[in-house]
Design a protein around this ligand. Structure first.
Ligand SMILES: [Fe+2]
Ligand SMILES: [Fe+2]
Length: 181
């Protein structure tokens, strides 16, 4: 699969998890801590470490090398939005720690950050699918794309470990059945 197709496929997984998160945010007083811990792990590891890692450390540098400016436009925006998203995940994570320690009010913070994260990521994914990726496909040679494909695989093994990607998909479908079924 060409690199941008792989990232697009991952976006579908991310969007599914955003739907699950959306459901959690509707009834924060009933938050299932075991599920929420897994949702956070998915957002931190699958979305940020793995997916954003492929974009930030491999795809974008290749695009910059191919002449796309890095200080403005699609690349700059992508990076800024990743930073913004990390802030919301951190917000949810800190609030969740408080909740686990018995602070019931903390669920409000989870919802606040959760809603902002969902709103940001939906737009972010849409922009990547429609602007960033077509641009990447245009400027990157077939050889470079083949190289990226291999590097994506390596990054996945190095950062999240063998089999973890499949494990996350299993989690995703488990939560999908519970929250969206
Ligand atoms: Fe991204
Ligand atoms: Fe993405």
């Amino acid at each position: 699969m060409r690199p941008t197709e792989q990232l697009k496929a991952e976006h579908e997984g991310v969007k599914l998890m955003l739907k699950v998160l959306g459901k959690v945010c509707v009834k924060p007083e009933e938050i299932n801590q075991e599920h929420f811990a897994k949702i956070l792990e998915f957002l931190k590891v699958f979305v940020d470490k793995c997916h954003h890692g492929k974009e930030e450390d491999l795809l974008l540098p290749a695009m910059i090398e191919a002449g796309v400016p890095k200080e403005k436009g699609a690349i700059k925006l992508t990076l800024l939005e990743h930073v913004e998203g990390r802030g919301y995940v951190k917000g949810m994570s800190e609030a969740f720690d408080k909740l686990k320690n018995g602070d019931r009010q903390a669920s409000t913070k989870i919802v606040e950050n959760g809603k902002k994260y969902i709103e940001l990521l939906i737009k972010h994914i849409d922009k990547e699918n429609t602007i960033l990726f077509p641009l990447a496909n245009k400027v990157l040679s077939q050889a470079k794309q083949a190289e990226l494909e291999e590097e994506f695989e390596k990054l996945e093994v190095e950062r999240i470990g063998v089999g973890k990607h499949e494990e996350f998909h299993g989690l995703l479908h488990q939560l999908e059945e519970i929250y969206l079924g």
